[in-house]
Design a binder for this molecule. Structure first.
Ligand code: OOG
Ligand code: MG
Length: 253
């Protein structure tokens, strides 16, 4: 199979903001090949000057697995080009059919190259923030298999990160709301994320080590959505509110 060619198709679909057919329809491939395609597509971004800034976990909540019809945890890579500034704007022109979802984000304070235990994980984190992830599948109709979505960098498109709160803030049972134009469209609880978002952080350390992706100091780890995602439209304001942690928002243009 031609990893480079499939990576190029997905990279160009993202660059042009044009949907493509699921690549699994061209040829079938497994999860490890899917991660190899993801890595190759990220190499193309790095070659254009983008920088790795962290990892995102996906399908860490039942709500998301049910919405997308898949059943396994996945992880993708984040780059600086995806990071929205505070109170920033998301340009619809750069995306195909973006959706937003409420998340939590961890800030890594020292390099990680192995799976961390629950006891040691907090020592590697300097803060936890409310966050919004924008996902934008490069596949037509946002339809994909597990292998397709992994190859497509787990639909990563953009993220907004709110104020950092102390690492010892309890995050196992926090109300999380996604608002569009000030109205709540989805609400959930942080416990939807693997029972405890710290488990998602630890899974990220395990999977990154397994696939040879170092996690540098300063990396962001997105824990995965607590609710289903919503499609975005021009003119909207998008906000996530997390009890105890605060708010984060952006506008859609
Ligand atoms: C895949 C990405 C899933 C999450 O938070 O669960 C994800 C998708 O739904 O397109 O980001
Ligand atoms: Mg997500």
């Amino acid at each position: 199979m031609n990893i480079e060619n499939l990576a190029q198709q997905l990279d160009e679909a993202a660059l042009r903001a044009e949907a493509v057919d699921q690549i699994s329809l061209q040829q079938s491939f497994g999860v490890d090949d899917a991660y190899a395609i993801q890595a190759a597509s990220l190499q193309r971004r790095y070659a254009r000057g983008e920088h790795f800034i962290g990892l995102k976990m996906g399908f860490t909540s039942r709500a998301k697995m049910q919405q997308m019809g898949v059943h396994d945890m996945i992880w993708g890579r984040l780059t600086d080009a995806m990071l929205l500034p505070a109170e920033g704007t998301l340009s619809l022109q750069k995306h195909i059919h973006p959706r937003a979802e409420p998340e939590l984000c961890f800030l890594v304070n020292q390099p990680i190259d192995r799976e961390l235990s629950a006891a040691e994980a907090p020592d590697f984190v300097s803060g936890i923030a409310p966050a919004i992830e924008v996902i934008d599948s490069r596949y037509r109709n946002f339809k994909f298999s597990l292998e397709d979505v992994i190859a497509d960098n787990c639909s990563s498109a953009a993220l907004a990160v709110g104020p950092w709160q102390p690492t010892n803030t309890p995050i196992g049972d926090l109300q999380m709301e996604l608002l569009i134009d000030g109205a709540v469209v989805h609400e959930g609880n942080s416990s939807a994320i693997l029972g405890d978002p710290w488990k998602s952080f630890m899974a990220a350390t395990r999977l990154a080590a397994q696939y040879g992706q170092p996690i540098p100091e300063g990396a962001l780890i997105m824990a995965g959505a607590a609710t289903p995602a919503v499609y975005l439209q021009a003119g909207q304001s998008v906000e996530v509110r997390v009890a105890q942690l605060g708010e984060v928002a952006f506008a859609v243009h």
